[in-house]
Each structure stands twice: as C-alpha cells, then as structure tokens.
Design a protein around this ligand. Structure first.
Ligand SMILES: Nc1ncnc2c1ncn2[C@@H]1O[C@H](COP(=O)(O)OP(=O)(O)O)[C@@H](O)[C@H]1O
Ligand SMILES: [Mg+2]
Length: 217
C-alpha cells in the first residue's frame, strides 16, 4: 500500500519595513527544520530569476516613473512565476515554504499605499492565483516611525522605503484591516523584544500547524 506523502504548508511573513520579517525567517525555518520538515525560504518580489529581476526594477530608487498599475502587474507576474515554478512544486514534494511577503503586501502597498482599489487587486489575485493562499500568515505590526527607524539602520533606502510616513500609515492600516477579516492572518506585536516576537510566532505555528486537531500524521 502506498501512503500519500503529506503536502507541505505555506507560511508567509508580512508587515511594513523594519517589523522583523527577515529576522523571523531564520527563527521560523530553524524551528520547522527541528521538527523534521524540509523548508524552502523565499521572498517576494523575487524567489525566481524572473522574480528577482522584477524585484531589482521595483526596488530601484532611480525608477521614479513606474505607474501604480504597472507596479501591480509586475508584482503579480513575478508572483505567478514564483507560485507555479517554485512554491507549488515544493509543497507538492512535502516541503514547507516560508515566504517573506506575499499577496497581503500587494493589498497593503499597491492598495492601501498607492490607492488601487482592493477589488482590482482581488481580480488580479483570482486570475493569477485562483484559490491559492498561504496556510498561515504572521503579521508583524509596529508603529510606522519605529519601523522606519529600524529599517533605516539597514542601509540605502529602496524605492518603497523612500515613501512618506502617510504612505506607511495607509500600508499599516490595510494590513491591520486584513488581519481583522480572516483567521489566516495572526497579528504579532513587533514592538516586543525579538525573543518575545519569536516566542509568539512559534506558539502560533505550534497551535495552527502542529495542533491536536490537524497534527501531522
Ligand atoms: N523586535 C525587535 N526589536 C528591536 N529590533 C528589531 C526587532 N526585530 C528586528 N529588529 C531589528 O530591526 C532591523 C530590521 O529588521 P528586519 O528583520 O530586517 O525587518 P524587515 O525584514 O521586516 O524589514 C534589524 O536591524 C533587526 O535586527
Ligand atoms: Mg526584510
């Protein structure tokens, strides 16, 4: 008798600049490996060679003339390449995929930030991804000024990081709104010390992914 190999899970890390996504990626992937899972770490925009080229263009501070709808289209072009050629095959092979930003960031930045209607983004999401969504999303939330201060210590600001505080306030509000609308998104207070953020994140993963009700069998 053959036993079907269990499909892996897809976890995304979200939030605005300086929330601690990159730092949490290391913690989460290390934890999952300790649980015996194979883990793929990836990011958006990016994750494939096409996606990384799109990322370079979209983050380039010299690219001052990108129309918001072109930005949206490029995000989804990179995303569909990522999902179809990397994420889905990895999940089918039983691996867990942890991704730094995904579609929730598009709602927050191109929607909340740039002002594209959520319905337009939903339309793109449905055309490009169908019903495909993360199994779990960890949203690192913190006040905009604290996040920007943390991020600015990281080096030269990219095209998004050059936006004004009001832009990031809209981004944050959109993330929080989305978190209030679905159980998939779990809010984490990113103002806490890094070890407490990590503890909260792992507790959420333990209960949602390794809990009694849907334990790995
Ligand atoms: N909870 C925290 N408290 C204080 N500093 C933090 C915390 N989390 C991350 N940092 C620091 O803030 C900066 C940005 O963190 P990073 O993980 O790169 O955030 P992101 O990837 O979300 O932009 C880094 O210098 C990191 O060490
Ligand atoms: Mg980062």
């Amino acid at each position: 008798m053959t036993i079907a190999r269990k499909q892996g899970r897809f976890i995304t890390l979200e939030g605005s600049e300086g929330g601690g996504k990159s730092s949490l990626m290391t913690v989460v992937s290390g934890y999952l490996r300790d649980q015996g899972q194979e883990v793929v770490k990836t990011r958006e925009p990016g994750g494939t060679s096409l996606g990384e080229q799109v990322r370079t263009a979209l983050l380039d501070p010299e690219m001052t003339e990108i129309h918001p709808k072109a930005e949206l289209g490029l995000m989804f072009a990179a995303r569909v390449q990522h999902v179809e050629t990397l994420i889905k095959p990895a999940l089918r092979a039983g691996k867990w995929v942890v991704c730094d930003r995904f579609t929730d960031s598009t709602y927050a930045y191109q929607g909340g930030g740039r002002g594209i209607a959520a319905e337009v983004i939903e339309h793109f999401e449905s055309i490009f991804l169908g019903e495909f969504k993360p199994d779990l999303t960890l949203l690192l939330d913190l006040p905009v000024d604290v996040g920007l201060k943390r991020a600015s210590a990281e080096g030269v600001p990219d095209r998004f990081e050059r936006e004004q505080t009001v832009f990031f306030e809209r981004v944050r509000r959109t993330f929080l709104l989305r978190a209030s609308q679905t159980d998939r998104i779990h809010l984490i207070d990113a103002l806490q010390a890094q070890n407490k953020v990590a503890e909260d994140a792992l507790e959420i993963i333990r209960t949602t992914c390794f809990g009694d009700h849907e334990g790995l069998s």
